[in-house]
Write a protein that binds this ligand. Structure first.
Ligand code: DOR
Ligand code: ZN
Length: 473
């Protein structure tokens, strides 16, 4: 508390007025003051304390800086696809101020020491703050016991592989060890829950897909359902805290919701692309929406939206996984799955919510997004003492958002190094106008919506605490 009092006694660095402050519980009119990179206090509608700089939000919404807990920024080793400088520009343009990066790089990220080396590589190139998920493969998982919360609180496991995911845990005995070790070490497991064995069996019988019209059928829902059922059984046996990534089918949403309802420590994520596209789009546009897991048909998409609206989903994650145009133009069997999404996620899902929940007020829709993209990821990954809310004492990360502005994603506005987007030509509702990270503007769009100004790439490798629900045993 004394730190807070100190913040209040200093002259404010920045005061934002005339905004609608969004939290997961609702929206209030007011403003906030910033000191030393933190939120010093929230302000009522008529409070305008003196400050070095002021910003009048003109009645727009102010959201906490968003957290994308599922990105592949490709450092090290895959920087021809994406690099941190481009990716973090894409992030702040999409209202994201913190990312948690995936370990399937070259080499993969497996230890606390490697996390320190990776942070050195990223240092000085990032507009956003960041953390890393560690990875495991088929080898002995016991080194995970040595990992401190400083380095990581979460470990990603691939149960199915593909071009950029060669390290898969296929052996059931090894998988069991990973679940047990993670539970003992107090690490949350993140699962790519699709069963490789199911896919190989089917491919051996039917042959590999010849075109995108067949793609979904060759990475079918059975692979995801089998894997999720297995994961639930392992959670039941070992008590491991698990977050299932990119749920794509109705059955996964049902099983995971039922598991949580039964008291298992399971949560799940949905991606913007599974909410935005269907398998018909993949047949039509091909490689751009070739994803792992595959994009499904309308009834699955409807169930995923229902899961978002019914508070069954814990987080949205972009699964920002760019590949070059040339890689995507390869023959279907060789074109890698993945698409960029860190820039598109927030406006695309906001646009979808407007359509899917027209009876909800714009305020309620934004509260829903703040839960999924700020509060919940901060809690799941131990960042909630610094990130995720507009609350005095927390980092002054926030996004000025015009919820009614309609705009089109033009090719020259794409910030990812890959230079393409599956959402090109989409008309979006709701636009990020300005993004602040630790009190400093890192992205600003001019009033006409053409020119942008990025800040200094001084994003930090964040410390985190072990979330209370994954205490070591
Ligand atoms: O489509 C995907 N692309 N799914 C993954 O699991 C990984 C990602 C990538 O790294 O390209
Ligand atoms: Zn991913």
């Amino acid at each position: 508390m004394s730190e807070l009092r100190e913040l209040r006694e200093q002259p404010y660095d920045l005061v934002v007025t005339g905004v609608r402050l969004v939290s997961g519980d609702g929206v209030v009119t007011g403003g906030l003051a910033v000191s030393g990179g933190r939120i010093a206090c929230l302000l009522g509608p008529n409070e305008r304390p003196p400050a070095r700089r002021t910003l009048d939000g003109g009645g727009r919404h102010l959201l906490p800086g968003l957290i994308d807990s599922h990105v592949h920024f490709r450092t090290p080793g895959l920087t021809h696809k994406e690099d941190w400088a481009h990716a973090s520009r894409a992030a702040v343009a999409g209202g994201i101020t913190t990312v948690v990066d995936m370990p399937n790089t070259v080499p993969p990220l497996r230890t606390g020491e490697e996390a320190h080396r990776k942070a050195e590589l990223v240092d000085g190139t990032s507009l956003v703050d960041y953390r890393f998920h560690l990875g495991v493969a088929g080898e002995d998982p016991s080194p995970l016991r040595e990992v401190g919360a400083r380095e990581a609180t979460s470990v990603k496991v691939f149960l199915a592989g593909h071009h950029t995911a060669p390290h898969v845990v296929r052996d059931p005995v090894q998988l069991e060890k990973v679940f047990r070790t993670a539970a003992e070490a107090g690490l949350r497991l993140l699962l790519h829950a699709e069963d490789d064995g199911v896919f190989s069996l089917l491919d051996e019988w039917r042959g590999a897909p010849s075109g995108y019209a067949e793609y979904e059928r060759h990475r079918p829902r059975s692979g995801a359902i089998v894997a999720v059922a297995r994961v639930l059984e392992l959670v039941r046996r070992h008590g491991t805290s698990v977050h299932v990534l990119h749920a794509s089918t109705a059955e996964e949403a049902d099983l995971l919701t039922a598991g949580a309802h039964a008291g298992l420590p399971v949560t799940f994520e949905v991606t913007p692309h599974h909410l935005s596209f269907t398998a018909e789009d993949t047949s039509r546009v091909g490689a751009r929406t070739r994803l792992s897991p595959a994009i499904r048909y309308r009834p699955d998409q409807d169930r995923l939206w229902q899961a978002v609206l019914a508070h069954e989903v814990a987080t949205l994650g972009s699964d920002h996984a760019p590949h070059t145009r040339a890689e995507k133009l390869r023959a279907p069997a060789d074109a890698p799955p993945g698409l960029p999404g860190v820039q598109e996620m927030f406006p695309a899902v906001h646009t979808g919510l407007r359509r899917r929940a027209p009876m909800d007020s714009p305020d309620a829709q934004l509260s829903c997004l703040v839960r999924l993209l700020a509060e919940h990821p901060a809690e799941l990954f131990g960042l909630d003492e610094r990130k995720g809310r507009l609350r005095p004492g927390l980092d002054a990360d926030f996004v000025l958002f015009d919820a009614d502005e309609r705009w089109m994603l033009e090719p020259d506005a794409i910030r990812s190094k890959c230079g393409w987007s599956a959402y090109e030509g989409w008309t979006m509702t709701g636009r990020v106008r300005q993004t602040f990270r630790r009190g400093v503007s890192v992205y600003r769009l001019d009033e006409l919506g053409h020119d942008v100004e990025f800040g200094t790439p001084d994003g930090r490798w964040l410390d985190a605490r072990r979330p209370a629900d994954v205490e070591p045993r």
